[in-house]
Design a protein around this ligand. Structure first.
Ligand code: GTP
Length: 152
């Protein structure tokens, strides 16, 4: 799917791949994160286990992902914060330790999704205008520049 995010006087167009998180699909993940400018790693704030799994994905991205990949951590299901198992403080401390963005989201109630992508947009360095095809991306716009970035 695609998502266009305003960022300053630019529009950033993200091409987004949703990778299956289950272990049995693990071997497919590199196909998605290779060549991506950003990765959103999602955990469930109501499940401590999912936070441990997230750390494994971060390790994998650091070891095998693109060198300058922007990492964003999304603590999903923030609409269920009354049954949370993962304190936001823990997620913030971890995100800081790996230089990632962190935000709590609700896919159900569309909370903080825009903020998540805006945060990623701000961290992705500008494309070199002389270089076409960087990260599979190219300049698409004219006056308000629209750039196309891969994200998984
Ligand atoms: N309350 C609540 N439920 C959610 C939210 N996001 C997803 N769900 C529910 O959580 C369940 C799993 O959602 P999926 O989107 O299949 O999760 P996933 O991690 O993408 O699953 P895989 O792609 O199979 O790894 C579904 O029942 C969703 O309705 C949310 O923000 N809040």
């Amino acid at each position: 799917m695609t998502k266009t995010v305003p960022c300053g006087n630019e529009l950033h167009k993200f091409l987004i791949w949703d990778t299956a998180g289950q272990e049995r699909f693990h071997s497919l993940a590199p196909m998605y994160y290779r060549g991506s400018a950003a990765a959103v790693i999602v955990y469930d704030i109501t499940k401590q286990d999912s936070f441990h799994t997230l750390k494994k994905w971060v390790k994998e991205l650091k070891e095998h992902g693109p060198e300058n990949i922007v990492m964003a951590i999304a603590g999903n299901k923030c609409d269920l914060s009354d049954i949370r198992e993962v304190p936001l403080k823990d997620a913030k401390e971890y995100a800081e330790s790996i230089g990632a963005i962190v935000v709590e989201t609700s896919a159900k109630n569309a909370i903080n999704i825009e903020e998540l992508f805006q945060g990623i947009s701000r961290k992705i360095p500008p494309l070199d205008p002389h270089e076409n095809g960087n990260n599979g991306a190219m300049k698409l716009g004219k006056q308000t520049t629209q750039t196309s970035r891969r994200c998984c």
